[in-house]
Design a protein around this ligand. Structure first.
Ligand code: TLP
Length: 352
């Protein structure tokens, strides 16, 4: 039995044996000189998969999003984002600091912005106004519970963006989870964005790295911003080699993570004191409202940890569980049992 069942994030996945072997064997060169064949191979593969002209390996999803925003915009511009998006919540205020842009936040429904709200937020030409220079869409949407933006919404959003001459960036950290849910190739989703960032290091298990894909012209400008942020890596082929295995071998199994997330959600939702909006359980993320238990997320995560389960805490009452390659059905049963146990313990008035 495992020491811990780690449901904090799919970022905790470890590289597979095949990745480690590919990393060991990787042919490498100085990528700042454009001489790393393994990085080039990964970038070409990634561009092809996303249906874009070019792609660039970046150190992280955060770096990929930030470089994309910097490349699409100028300081003083305004960009449209969903109000709970990763870029606005978890990227350390980078868009203000690095790109010098301000955010126009739109509340989404389960992470999905209504295209007409987007259109209404686009600035007219006026001496007082900033220029709206980018629309960002997150797919799947992390804080909404791994929800998928429907293809018709993406299409309408893209049509509006094109009508106004504004590019769309997709934070597709988990785009393959969205593609798995929709049953379409990732490029069908990516076609509705001018640039797309996706992560190799989440459900796909690579140890490090993300990709930004877009037009050749966009990627060549983005390379300068990546360099500026210290992302010009040298023999990065050792990392890219794992990324290639991630794309070749790990995409097809994401449906298992989705099945496990559904089982987990069903199990947890049956525990008195826990409620889950089951409509949001579409991919590998389950967000629970634990307020009915009468303890906050910090206390909940502390009690789970003593039972060998890791989740992130916090002062609120929302707890996220993420399934991934390191989680099997038995782990799901153990997690549900542990949560049931905590609920009973609270009911009995027991303290740890
Ligand atoms: N998300 C992480 C944390 O940062 C919250 C997680 O555990 O889910 N876009 C989205 C939608 C993401 O969920 C993440 C990571 C990123 C971008 C950033 O990727 P990294 O962690 O590689 O910088």
């Amino acid at each position: 039995m495992k020491n811990f069942i780690d449901l904090r994030s799919d970022t905790v996945t470890l590289p597979t044996q095949e990745m480690r072997e590919a990393m060991y064997r990787a042919e490498v060169g100085d990528d700042v000189y454009g001489e790393d064949p393994t990085v080039k191979k990964l970038e070409e593969m990634a561009a092809e998969i996303m249906g874009k002209e070019a792609a660039m390996f970046v150190t992280s999803g955060t770096q990929g999003n930030q470089v994309s925003v910097m490349t699409h915009t100028h300081p003083g511009d305004e960009i449209i984002l969903e109000e709970k998006s990763h870029i606005i919540t978890y990227e350390v205020g980078g868009i203000g600091y690095l790109a010098g842009v301000q955010a126009r936040l739109i509340p989404g429904k389960k992470g999905v912005m209504d295209p007409s709200d987007i259109e209404a937020a686009i600035r007219e030409e006026d001496i007082h106004f900033p220029r709206t220079s980018l629309i960002c869409v997150e797919n799947t949407h992390n804080r909404a519970g791994g929800t998928v933006v429907p293809l018709d919404v993406l299409k309408r959003t893209y049509e509006i963006a094109q009508k106004h001459g504004i590019p769309v960036h997709m934070d597709g950290a988990r785009i393959f989870n969205a593609a798995t849910y929709l049953g379409v190739p990732a490029r069908e989703i990516a076609q509705y964005a001018d640039s797309v960032m996706f992560c190799l290091s989440k459900g796909l298990c690579a140890p490090v790295g993300s990709i930004v894909a877009g037009s050749r012209e966009f990627i060549s400008r983005a390379r300068k911003f990546r360099k500026m942020l210290g992302g010009g890596l040298r023999q990065a082929g050792v990392l890219a080699a794992a990324g290639i295995v991630a794309l070749e071998k790990m995409v097809g199994r994401l449906k298992e993570d989705h099945e496990n997330a559904r089982l987990l959600a069903e199990g947890l939702n049956a525990v008195p004191g826990i409620s889950i909006d089951m409509e949001t359980v579409q991919t590998n993320i389950v967000i629970c409202d634990i307020s009915g238990l009468g303890i906050n997320a910090d206390e909940f995560s502390r009690r789970l940890l003593t039972r060998g389960i890791k989740v992130n805490g916090g002062s609120g009452f929302s707890v996220r569980f993420v399934t991934h390659y390191g989680i099997d059905r038995e782990d799901i049963s153990r997690a549900v049992e542990a949560v049931t146990d905590i609920a009973q313990e609270i009911k009995a008035g027991g303290k740890i």
